[in-house]
Design a protein around this ligand. Structure first.
Ligand code: BES
Ligand code: ZN
Length: 597
């Protein structure tokens, strides 16, 4: 396995095996404090264990023997790096079987977002973590490499009126004491460690699925995710049984920086997918698919991120096709391809950041985690599907998940497995696939299948009519049946030359500014900002103040920056909104808006 350039622990000869975590959550001081006790998997193999830490205060470091006797352990922390944090090296004695670290997090810990009641749907404060890619080390001293797995148990103490949840077996209601116990009996990497605390309630969706949300959000969430059990069943039918017992969703406050995060047993999702019409649930299929691609078979390092996301996007679309038909899945495929082409243009068609296999040593892995891994990765699997047919590809994927469950996978190992089980058995197949061009070459290889959507043909027809001057409201006779995907495709297809007056006509006909769908709003606001359509400004500023999902914020702030006088306007809006964003989003936006030196 290739070494992990983003973890000090990657080369540690001694590995962790099990974590016992005991944490108190203090909203006043915005700290987590307690102990992490690490059972070592192979304490005999070496005399030193290396952990990753970043911005943690270590109060004590002890070594434990098998009987539980504790003694202070010799330890040293290496020089701090702004991205990687520090190496924590701990010396072991001959009889050491575990380490106990007493520690506290910083109020600014990058993984954590502490929310005031006004930033939630309810009346209580909220805390959540986001550990992927390398932020677990800011709230837990750990071997923060996706190739290192451990089981865990945790005791978490929170204010008595709040509920705590983790990426583990979870309580379904408050118990009055504020002390909760968790168990994750299957080994997971540190980036899948997760904790959320808030005024949360649970609603079951089936015997093994359900949803957690703040009470005002719960009815809408229950409605939106009504098909969750069907999604799990479809996924199992495709690629094998679901290995994590329960599958629950947690709807976060709007500042959650991602659409979703596949924390095992408890996917975290943004409330911006609560569109009311179930139109954005492919995101749930995506996070669910990670229960196989990612959480069972895990990218060995962040250079291999495409193995997580490419397989997951392919799998997501297969789930959606199974449930809602090929026409539906085709729309997702076309939107994905459009996003990919846009990303390649942005990054540069010859940039090595457009390769599937990345080389992120010396950089923040966050920089490399682009649409390439998702859509170029998916397109490679589609190309293979075209060459060998679905039945053979499905058998390959199912066997791959089964063979490497609970293991790490890097690109070289994957290629060897692909060759051994498929490509080498059929002369010429690898060159037809042009595998090397996909994995270690730039852009989109020309043998990528062309994707098209029957339902988008009507949208393209309407767009053509608009170009030739037809009035907006007579354009789209079937538009009342359009899903948000058709509307998004429509908005992306609008010419970038429309005037504010023309946008006003479209708004009058279709009510974009008043849409409750965040995907539609983001696509629409890009036009309104560019054209200076002032009637949309209050809705835009409201959106930017409340929504913290980076995928929406980046294009909107970029659109603002691209207008005359836009820099100061973007900075003014950002100044009023920044406190609502997670560090993952402010990290990107500080750089984009030049508010960081
Ligand atoms: N695991 C990712 C989110 C992630 C990636 C967090 C890298 C941190 C670093 C998650 O599964 C994901 O891909 N989310 C997407 C949604 C998806 C439907 C493409 C998102 O948040 O936009
Ligand atoms: Zn994903």
């Amino acid at each position: 396995m290739s070494p992990d350039p983003h973890s000090h622990a990657g080369t540690s000869p001694v590995r962790v095996g099990h974590l016992a975590l005991d944490l108190a959550v203090d909203f006043e001081s915005r700290t987590l404090a307690g102990t992490a006790t690490w059972q070592l998997a192979n304490p005999e193999a070496g005399r030193e264990v290396v952990l990753d830490v970043r911005d943690l205060t270590l109060d004590s470091v002890e070594r434990l023997d098998a009987a539980g006797n504790a003694a202070p352990a010799d330890h040293a922390t290496g020089p701090p790096d702004a991205v990687l944090g520090q190496a924590l090296r701990v010396a072991l004695a001959a009889d050491t079987t575990a380490l106990r670290l007493r520690y506290r997090t910083a109020p600014t810990a990058a993984a954590l977002q502490w929310l005031a009641p006004a930033q939630t749907a309810g009346t209580q404060p909220f805390l959540f973590t986001q550990s992927q890619a390398i932020l677990a080390r800011t709230w837990l001293p750990c071997q923060d490499s996706p190739g290192i797995r451990f089981t865990y148990e945790a005791t978490v103490r929170v204010p008595a009126h709040l509920l705590a949840l983790m990426s583990a077996e979870n309580p379904q209601q408050r118990n009055g004491s504020g002390t909760y116990h968790f168990r994750m009996t299957r080994p997971i990497p540190a980036y899948l460690m997760a904790l959320a605390v808030g005024d949360l309630a649970f609603a079951p969706l089936s015997g093994r699925t359900g949803v957690y949300a703040e009470l005002p959000t719960l009815p809408g969430a229950t409605h939106e995710f009504a098909d969750l059990e069907n999604m799990v069943a479809a996924a199992e039918q495709l690629y094998g049984s679901y290995r994590w017992e329960r599958y629950d969703l947690l709807v976060l406050p709007p500042s959650f920086p991602f659409g979703g995060m596949e924390n095992p047993m408890l996917t975290f999702v943004t409330p911006t997918i609560l569109a009311g019409d179930r139109s954005l649930t492919s995101l749930v299929a995506h996070e669910l698919a990670h229960s196989w691609s990612g959480n069972l078979v895990t990218n060995g390092t962040w250079n291999d991120f495409w193995l997580n996301e490419g397989f997951t996007v392919y799998f997501e679309r297969r789930i959606m096709e199974h449930l809602y038909g090929q026409d539906y899945a085709d729309m997702l495929q076309v939107l994905g391809r459009e996003a990919l082409c846009h990303t390649i243009e942005e990054i540069g068609a010859t940039s090595s950041d457009t390769h599937l296999r990345l080389h992120l040593a010396g950089r923040d892995p966050d920089e490399g985690l682009t649409e390439i891994a998702y859509e170029k990765g998916c397109a490679l699997l589609l190309t293979l599907e075209g060459l060998i047919g679905r039945p053979r590809l499905d058998a390959f994927i199912k066997a791959y998940f089964a063979r490497f469950s609970f293991e790490a996978m890097d690109t070289a190992t994957f290629l060897a497995y692909l060759r051994a089980t498929l490509l080498d058995r059929e002369p010429g197949l690898e060159s037809q696939l042009r595998l090397a061009d996909w994995v270690d070459g730039p852009g989109l290889p020309t043998n990528a299948p062309v994707v098209s959507s029957r339902r988008f043909a009507a949208v393209d027809h309407a767009l053509a009519g608009l170009e030739s001057g037809t009035a907006a409201d007579v354009l789209v006779p079937g538009a009342t049946d359009w899903s948000s995907h058709e509307w998004v495709h429509f908005l992306h297809g609008l010419p970038p030359t429309l005037t504010a007056g023309q946008l006003a006509d479209l708004d009058a006909a279709f009510g974009f500014t008043a849409s409750g769908n965040a995907e539609i709003l983001t696509a629409w606001f890009s036009h309104t900002v560019r054209a200076g359509y002032a009637a949309a400004t209050p809705a835009l500023e409201n959106f930017l103040r409340h929504v913290g999902r980076r995928k929406f914020l980046v294009p909107l702030y970029r659109a603002l920056l691209a207008t005359p006088g836009g820099t100061s306007r973007a900075r003014r809006i950002y100044a009023g909104a920044r406190a609502n964003y997670h560090s993952v989003a402010t990290g990107t936006l500080d750089a984009l808006l030049g508010t960081r030196t």
